[in-house]
Design a protein around this ligand. Structure first.
Ligand SMILES: Nc1ncnc2c1ncn2[C@@H]1O[C@H](COP(=O)(O)OP(=O)(O)OP(=O)(O)O)[C@@H](O)[C@H]1O
Ligand SMILES: [Mg+2]
Length: 331
C-alpha cells in the first residue's frame, strides 16, 4: 500500500520576486516504510514537508500537481476535512524541540491535553507511563517542569511522545536532531524509529546526516532544486548513486572517505529558480554535462527514477568500470 503519492508537484513563493521552491516533485512512499529526504540547503525539503500538511505560508501558490496521503487528496480538502486529516493522519517533529512545546505550560499539562485528545484520561499515571515509554528518567519530576527547564534531548523525546501517542499514519521529522549533540542524537533517532516501527507509522525524515540515514532508513529520495532527482533503497542510492548530483552528494559524506583521502565537496551553489527549470537544474555544476542538458528538461528514467538524460550511459560506464580492468575502459 502507498502512504504518500506525489506527482509533478510545483509550488512557488510569490512576492517581490517569485521563488519556485518545488519544480515538479515525484515521490512514492510505501506504507510503514522510512524514507529520508536529503539534499543541499534550499533544495525544497521543508517546503515539501509543509505542503504535505497544507502548512505552507499564504505566499505559497501551488502551480500544479497531485498530492495523496493515505488515499486522501490533500490539495482538495475542505476546511473541516483538513483538520481531521491533520489530526488523524499526520504528525510533525520539528528541528527545535523546545520551541515545539508550549513555553507557558508544564510538561505534564501538555501531555494531558494530547492524551485527552486521543480519548485517554490523561491522568498523572498515564503521563508518567508515556514518559517512561520514551525512556525518560524520573518522569514524576519531569511532568512538573516547564519546557525551558529540560534539555534539548529530553524536549525532543517529549515531542516524540506527544506525536506518537496520537498514532499518526505519517510522521514527518524535519531534521529532528540537528540541534542536539551527537550522543543524544543517536538515542533520539533510535527512539523515533523504534516507536514508528512498533506502530507501523510511515516516516519521512528530512536530514543532512547521511551516515544516520544509511543506518535507519529503508529508502532515500535525493532532492535538488525542487525536484527528486533520484530515489530508491537507501543502500543503493547512497552506496552506488546514479544521478550526477546524488553521486556528488554521496562523495561528500565523510564516512565514505578512506583514511587520508581528501573529502570532495560540490563546487558552486544550487540555483534559486524563479520559474520552471528549462533544462537540468544541476547542469551548471555537473561533471557530466553536455549541451543538451541546458535545454532538455529531464524526466525520471530507470533505474531509480533518475532525472538525468545521460543515466543509461553513466550506468553502463559504471558497469564496465566494475567488470573490466581500468586500462581497458579508458582505451
Ligand atoms: N516562506 C518563504 N518565502 C519565500 N521563499 C521561501 C520561503 N520558504 C522557503 N523559501 C525558498 O524556497 C526554497 C526551498 O527552501 P526549503 O526551506 O524548502 O529548503 P530546505 O531543503 O528545507 O533547506 P534546508 O536544508 O536549509 O532546511 C529556497 O530557495 C528558499 O529560500
Ligand atoms: Mg529545511
Amino acid at each position: 500500500m502507498t502512504a504518500v503519492r506525489i506527482s509533478d508537484l510545483a509550488l512557488e513563493f510569490t512576492g517581490a520576486t517569485t521563488v519556485r521552491a518545488l519544480d515538479g516533485v515525484d515521490l512514492e512512499v510505501d506504507a510503514g516504510s522510512s524514507v529520508a529526504i536529503v539534499g543541499e540547503s534550499g533544495s525544497g525539503k521543508s517546503t515539501l514537508a509543509a505542503v504535505i500538511g497544507r502548512l505552507q505560508p499564504r505566499s505559497a501558490r501551488i502551480v500544479r500537481g497531485e498530492l495523496e496521503v493515505d488515499g486522501i487528496d490533500v490539495l482538495g480538502l475542505g476546511h473541516e476535512a483538513l483538520r481531521t486529516y491533520r489530526r488523524d493522519t499526520l504528525a510533525y517533529i520539528a528541528q527545535d524541540p523546545i520551541g515545539s512545546l508550549d513555553p507557558t505550560m508544564r510538561i505534564g499539562a501538555q501531555l494531558k491535553l494530547v492524551l485527552r485528545s486521543v480519548g485517554d484520561d490523561g491522568s498523572l499515571p498515564r503521563q508518567i507511563e508515556l514518559l517512561e515509554s520514551m525512556r525518560i528518567a524520573d518522569p514524576g519530576r519531569v511532568v512538573r517542569l516547564f519546557p525551558h527547564q529540560i534539555s534539548g534531548g529530553m524536549a525532543q523525546r517529549v515531542a516524540i511522545a506527544m506525536a506518537m501517542c496520537r498514532r499518526p499514519k505519517l510522521l514527518i521529522a524535519d531534521e529532528p536532531t540537528a540541534a542536539l549533540d551527537s550522543q543524544v542524537r543517536e538515542e533520539v533517532i533510535r527512539l523515533l524509529f523504534t516507536q514508528a516501527r512498533e506502530q507501523g507509522t510511515t516516516i519521512l525524515w528530512l536530514s543532512h546526516d547521511l551516515p544516520a540515514v544509511a543506518r535507519w532508513c529503508d529508502e532515500v529520495a535525493v532532492m535538488y532544486a525542487g525536484r527528486v532527482v533520484e530515489r530508491g533503497p537507501a543502500a543503493a542510492v547512497l552506496g552506488s548513486p546514479v544521478h550526477p548530483y546524488a553521486r556528488a552528494l554521496a562523495a561528500t559524506d565523510p564516512s565514505r572517505a578512506r583514511r587520508g583521502e581528501r573529502l570532495s565537496s560540490i563546487p558552486g551553489s544550487p540555483p534559486v529558480l524563479h520559474g520552471e527549470s528549462e533544462g537540468c537544474a544541476f547542469a551548471a555544476r555537473c561533471a557530466h554535462r553536455i549541451d543538451a542538458c541546458d535545454v532538455i528538461r529531464p524526466e525520471p528514467v530507470p533505474p531509480r527514477h533518475s532525472l538525468c538524460i545521460r543515466t543509461a550511459e553513466l550506468v553502463d560506464a559504471d558497469r564496465r568500470a566494475r567488470l573490466l580492468p581500468e586500462e581497458e575502459v579508458s582505451a
